[in-house]
Design a binder for this molecule. Structure first.
Ligand code: ZN
Length: 310
């Protein structure tokens, strides 16, 4: 079975203004990296629009209204908070990003493909039930996980978040849902300031491993191998999802961890093994951060290469 790549041109129309690190060129770099011959075997689909009903599984109506009501028409931008900027095209981009995740979940559960990568923006993991934050409007991974629970009846979904920043939004949405497991490695003392080890969820369903600035491959792989992979196995998930942020790469300008492209290949292989053991290989990966364009494209290529089994 193949690997599915879901994206949409509308995700390039989410313009955050000059000098914003979360820019459309990020997604262009990712897509360009996946245009080479070795990725010719990817099955490619255009992301559908998520429905409001699907978004409301993770967010309040007030939140949806807040985002929609602040989308400017015509030229120009609106700041929803100091970091989170929207333009006219942002609404469709956000619905396509969430819709990609929903469609990827549908595809792996139906068995149309073994696993999937959603190349989308805006990213999602900082968006809480009732708050936009950190470049994120809707929590794409959480919307996908809740879709798997509600529409497909899956009982247990595990999300690993390897973005260098803590996914406070995913943790917020998952906190009281024992069927949803969230594990994160992230640089401590960086944005958004959450993700302490003592934040464990109401059912012990949250695992946070803060890492020191400067932490590299050895420390990170050890933390993941000891602190997270066995916990995912204990949880015995029906679906595994990955918040695929690549900003823990040593070249990233927004943080100070020291991972390499090979680390992103390694973790993908490890997650594929867990998915094979527990859930027929079902793995849905969703792009989050990554702000050095060269590191982002190389890391994404390494990640998708591993999803494809090579
Ligand atoms: Zn990040």
């Amino acid at each position: 079975m193949s690997t599915l790549l879901i994206t949409h041109p509308a995700c390039l129309e989410h313009d955050t203004g000059e000098y914003h690190p979360e820019c459309a060129d990020r997604l262009r770099s990712v897509l360009q990296a996946l245009e080479t011959e070795e990725f010719a075997g990817l099955h490619r689909e255009a992301a559908p629009l998520a429905s409001i009903e699907q978004i409301l599984r993770a967010h309040s109506m007030d939140h949806v209204d807040f985002v929609r009501d602040n989308i400017p028409s015509g030229e120009g931008h609106s700041h929803l908070d100091p970091d989170t900027v929207v333009c006219e095209g942002s609404w469709e981009a956000a619905l396509r990003s969430a819709g990609a995740t929903v469609a990827a979940v549908d595809a792996v559960i139906r068995g149309d493909c073994r696993n999937a990568f959603c190349a989308v923006r805006p990213p999602g993991h900082h968006a809480e039930h009732n708050a936009v934050m950190g470049f994120c409007l809707f929590n794409n991974v959480a919307i996908g996980a809740l879709h798997a629970q509600v529409s497909h009846g899956l009982k247990k979904i595990a999300v690993l978040d390897i973005d260098v920043h803590h996914g406070n939004g995913t943790q917020d949405i998952f906190f009281d849902n024992p069927g949803l497991f969230y594990a994160s490695t992230h640089q401590q003392d960086s944005f958004p300031g959450t993700g302490f080890a003592h934040e464990t969820g109401s059912a012990g369903n949250i695992v946070n491993i803060p890492m020191h600035a400067g932490a590299g491959s050895d420390a990170w792989r050890e933390a993941v191998s000891i602190g997270i992979l066995p916990r995912i196995a204990d949880f015995s998930p029906d679906l595994i999802m990955l918040s695929a942020g690549f900003d823990a790469h040593a070249s990233d300008p927004l943080a100070h961890m020291r991972l390499t492209t090979q680390d992103f290949h390694w973790i993908t292989v490890e997650l594929c093994k867990l998915a094979d053991s527990f859930c027929q290989g079902r793995l849905v990966s969703v792009l989050e951060g990554g702000y050095d364009l060269r590191a982002l494209s190389l890391s994404t290529a390494a990640h998708v290469r591993a999803l494809m089994g090579s």
